[in-house]
Write a protein that binds this ligand. Structure first.
Ligand code: CMC
Length: 430
């Protein structure tokens, strides 16, 4: 990150020099940290469309080229050749593990998959019809009460234990939220199973019958986890960082991330996309929905389309689309009406001038719901699955921030457009 280059800024005839930071790859970055002190001005950037909030070594996105790398490794290679726990190691520690390191990491995660038994009672306090995301926000936040011995953020060992606990327990918590919502008993983790198989086991097995996890479905599940594992400074990750910048404990920070992810513009889009496909219903209705999406006076958006950073195909969507075809083939689902609507909608939108001009392509959420539905998950579980997959990214970003000596509390400023100072008026005279 060399800063020998500078940019000049002229404000009311006064000139200010701004260092220009050069990243490993990607656009150069103007360093405005001293601007307010020197020039008495703020910068204005709602939605952070032109602002880097931190430096990071974890994930890189080239939105124009449609590329996503975790620690330099392209997502398509990781999705094809690696698996989720290896990707977790890579995101957390920066390098691919050796066989011994991977074995050690996998056994540490595996040994933490159970949750404190008292948590079962905590779950029972929720209404049965709660959305599993609502339950997850509450339960993950409550982890700081159950695992108080890993909340001292100044202790690197406690930070490490918290990271492992979160990666290990989130699938258990997501599966429990699901089981609770359908009135079935909680299923304990089975540590002889791999991470994805274990999750499927906790979601779909019942005490009355033996459940065999299909290895091909477990592989597809693992790929969904991998594709969602991190995505640099998106809304939920920035939420985790901002919450963590105050010194809040990691469980509280991840709960904040889950809450942010839930929104339909972010992780909630996978549920919204599938519900939209169902609402469209048949291919004949597509033109009506395309017209609604293009109508400036209609708030409707095609869910699963568009992205703040990708202005070319979302590379995760490419892999997800292939995976959807494989899973549906495997399950013998060929005439699924939702899939037919999805394929036709994609085709029509990609040829439509509005979508071409605005560079709106299907994103990861467009296809993931089709796979998850075919696997037997209800739409309400789509975003919890995104949340458990993203937990490693959140925790890797949080650890990076806490370990950075330059870490400061996040505190944006504002462009105030309210009233000038005025005197209080007594109620009788208003
Ligand atoms: N359907 C129709 N029009 C759209 C869509 C869409 N899905 N997305 C963006 N546009 C239009 C938007 O109306 C705007 O038009 P105009 O310039 O005339 O005002 C233009 O395209 C630019 O959109 P924007 O809302 O300013 O872009 P943004 O970067 O602020 O928003 C987004 C990105 C993902 C929130 C948005 O595209 C969206 O709401 N998409 C649907 C929800 C979705 O699929 N979200 C999942 C994102 S990927 C997974 C994740 O990161 O969580």
């Amino acid at each position: 990150m060399a800063d020998s280059k500078t940019a000049k800024l002229l404000i009311n005839n006064a000139e200010f020099e701004l260092p220009v930071l050069t990243p490993t790859v990607g656009p150069e970055v103007l360093d405005i940290r001293k601007l307010y002190g020197q020039a008495d001005v703020f910068t204005y950037d709602p939605g952070f469309t032109s602002t880097a909030s931190c430096d990071s070594t974890i994930t890189y996105i080239d939105g124009d080229a449609g590329e996503l790398w975790y620690r330099g490794y392209p997502i398509d290679q990781l999705a094809a050749k690696s698996h989720y726990l290896e990707v977790c190691y890579l995101l957390l520690y920066g390098e691919l593990p050796t066989a011994d390191q991977l074995h050690d990491f996998e056994s540490r995660v595996t040994r933490h998959t159970m949750v404190h038994e008292q948590m079962h009672y905590f779950f029972r306090g929720f209404r049965r019809d709660s959305h599993p995301m609502a339950t997850m926000v509450g339960v993950v936040g409550a982890m700081s009460a159950f695992y108080h011995d890993s909340t001292d953020i100044g202790d690197p060992w406690q930070r490490e234990v918290a990271a492992i606990r979160l990666i290990a327990k989130l699938p258990t918590i997501a599966a429990m939220a699901y089981k609770y919502s359908i009135g079935q008993p909680f299923v304990y983790p089975k540590n002889e199973l791999d991470y994805a198989s274990n999750f499927l086991h906790m979601c779909f097995s019942v005490p009355a019958e033996t459940y065999h996890v299909d290895p091909a479905l477990a592989r597809a599940m693992d790929r969904i986890f991998t594709l969602h594992a991190d995505h640099e400074q998106n809304a939920s990750t920035s939420t985790v960082r901002l919450a963590g910048s105050s010194g809040a404990n990691p469980f509280a920070c991840i709960a904040a991330g889950i809450a942010c992810l839930w929104g339909p513009a972010h992780g909630g889009a996978n549920q919204a996309a599938l519900e939209m496909l169902r609402e469209i219903g048949t291919v004949d209705n597509i033109p009506e929905y395309i017209a609604k999406a293009k109508d400036k006076n209609d708030p409707f958006k095609l869910m699963g389309f568009g992205h703040r950073v990708y202005k070319n195909f979302d590379p995760r969507a490419k892999v997800m689309k292939e995976s959807a075809d494989e899973v549906l083939d495997l399950l013998g689902v060929h005439n699924n009406p939702t899939l037919q609507v999805a394929k036709e909608l994609e085709k029509i939108a990609l040829e439509d001038e509005y979508f071409i001009e605005k560079k709106l392509y299907p994103n990861v959420d467009f296809y993931s719901g089709i796979i998850l539905e075919a696997m037997g998950f209800p739409t309400s579980m789509f975003t919890p699955i995104f949340a458990l997959s993203r937990t490693v990214g959140w925790i890797a970003q949080w650890k990076e921030m806490i370990g950075d000596p330059q870490n400061k509390i996040g505190r944006p400023r504002q462009l105030y457009i309210g009233s000038l100072k005025r005197d209080y008026i007594d109620i009788e005279t208003r």
